[in-house]
Design a binder for this molecule. Structure first.
Ligand SMILES: Nc1nc2c(c(=O)[nH]1)N[C@H]1C(S)=C(S)[C@@H](COP(=O)(O)O)O[C@H]1N2
Ligand SMILES: [Mo]
Length: 425
């Protein structure tokens, strides 16, 4: 949609009685048609499925997604929605940490506040954000730090996501730096903190915990960051952060604060629970360590925001649910991305990773987006095959077969495989 049309629609929404968007996630519907058998894979092996194994549940503004937990709400995107570069808003995964999340936001009353050590602490209405700044759009992948955590061996605590705790969207909004520059960051400010509207009893047992995340004031991620009011050209679904969320292209989703309402300039380091001990990775190559090293207290940790997302690629089709047929052309396809440099190459293997062929890349939507790939393959004989895919980014990172292990279950990016059967013709 044309940008000025989007702005007109948003402003119409402000004035036109639809200022309150109600969603009521409490009225979630378990879809009888698509609910899967409840399988459990609590251990000891890694999850063998592409997705996690929760039931399909439909929340307001959402298609049936795979539910991990309801309080806080965690919903995983099923595999088939990753055929396209842009993930539909209604299928986009959902992750919260606190049980009380907004069902509605009154746009007439809502404000984005810049407070703390700014020269000019200031607050903006939704209309001011839309009207008074030059909007920008960027395609970027929102991926949970714990995406694919259920692959970890030995298993680790935390949401047992398959591969569906990620999604790509075209985000439109205001450059974070424009807001920070107008407010003026005072000398001595080290960190910028972000907070949304959700709250409730947190893991530390505090009854009114808030989810707060901070990045260093000079982090290059903040130069790319956008305070987004549109997702794929539409207002954000409530569960994805209506009315605005922070988008930090290249960084893990934990920094992409939903319902963003407070931006704080801090002089000291932020050591709230969500910065320490949560969301930290070993200060080692690939964030890799061992249970033994952790038990021995030998692992120095840093916030996961210290790194950008490592390169990954996924097989969406074929998914192993039906056999292919000897002599019949088929399409191996999926998506790839990296937070550390644009995807420049995707390779596909039909022999479990022994030999590789270069796949064709789909349209380029910028370095932080999903890039689709496809590879036409005509199986020459019947039998069992293991497909594999690996991507390379512009910084030269290539996916490997080495798994990663850390106690948080973060940074998984091993080469993906899919077993399939080919029928003899
Ligand atoms: N306000 C708020 N923002 C948040 C979170 C949260 O719990 N509260 N979780 C973060 C994490 S860890 C993830 S993975 C993403 C999930 O984004 P989504 O729900 O739009 O998919 O939101 C991030 N932003
Ligand atoms: Mo996350």
């Amino acid at each position: 949609m044309h940008e000025s049309m989007q702005r007109r629609r948003l402003l119409a929404m402000l004035g036109g009685g639809a200022a309150v968007l109600a969603t009521r996630p409490a009225l979630a519907v378990v879809s009888g048609q698509t609910e899967m058998a409840q399988v459990s894979f609590t251990g000891p092996g890694a999850n063998p499925y592409w997705n996690g194994v929760g039931p399909y549940v439909s929340y307001p503004q959402k298609l049936p997604l795979q539910r991990l937990t309801d309080r806080p709400i965690q919903l995983e995107t099923p595999r088939q929605y990753f055929r396209e570069a842009f993930t539909p808003n209604a299928a986009f995964f959902v992750r919260y940490h606190l049980p009380v999340t907004p069902n509605e936001v009154d746009l007439a009353a809502w404000r984005l506040r810049l407070e703390g050590n700014f020269e000019h602490p200031v607050e903006y209405s939704f209309a001011q954000l839309v009207r008074d700044f030059k909007p920008v759009s960027i395609a970027a992948v929102n991926q949970c730090s714990g995406n694919s955590r259920s692959r970890f061996e030995p298993r680790v605590a935390g949401g047992q996501w398959g591969n569906g705790a990620m999604g790509n969207a075209m985000w439109t909004g205001v450059r974070l730096r424009d807001l920070l520059e107008r407010a003026g960051i005072r000398r001595g400010v080290g960190w910028i903190q972000f907070e949304g509207l959700d709250h409730g009893v947190g893991p530390a047992g505090k009854p009114s915990a808030r989810f707060m995340k901070s990045l260093p004031a000079h982090d290059p991620g903040l130069d790319r960051a956008v305070v987004a009011f549109l997702m794929n050209g539409e207002p954000l679904p409530m569960l994805n952060g209506f009315p605005v969320r922070l988008v930090v292209p290249g960084k893990f989703a934990t920094y992409w604060t939903k319902h963003l309402s407070f931006i704080r300039a801090l002089t000291g380091e932020d050591d709230n629970f969500w910065m320490k001990p949560a969301y930290r990775i070993p200060d080692t190559p690939r964030g890799n360590t061992t249970p033994e090293a952790v038990a021995a207290g030998k692992v120095r940790s840093v916030p996961i925001g210290t790194v950008d997302m490592p390169v990954r690629s996924f097989i969406v089709d074929p998914d192993g649910s039906a056999p292919l047929v000897q002599g019949m052309p088929s399409l191996i396809r999926g998506v790839a991305f990296s937070g550390q440099g644009a995807v420049v190459k995707v390779e596909v293997s039909v022999d479990g990773g022994k030999s590789w062929s270069r796949a064709a890349l789909g349209a380029n939507h910028g370095p932080y987006s999903f890039r689709t790939y496809s590879h036409r393959w005509t199986p020459g004989s019947g039998g069992r095959y293991t497909l594999a895919v690996r991507a390379t980014d512009s910084a030269g990172h290539v996916q490997t077969d080495q798994p990663v292990w850390n106690p948080g279950g973060y940074l998984w990016n091993r080469i993906e495989r899919q077993d399939i059967v080919v029928l003899s013709a």
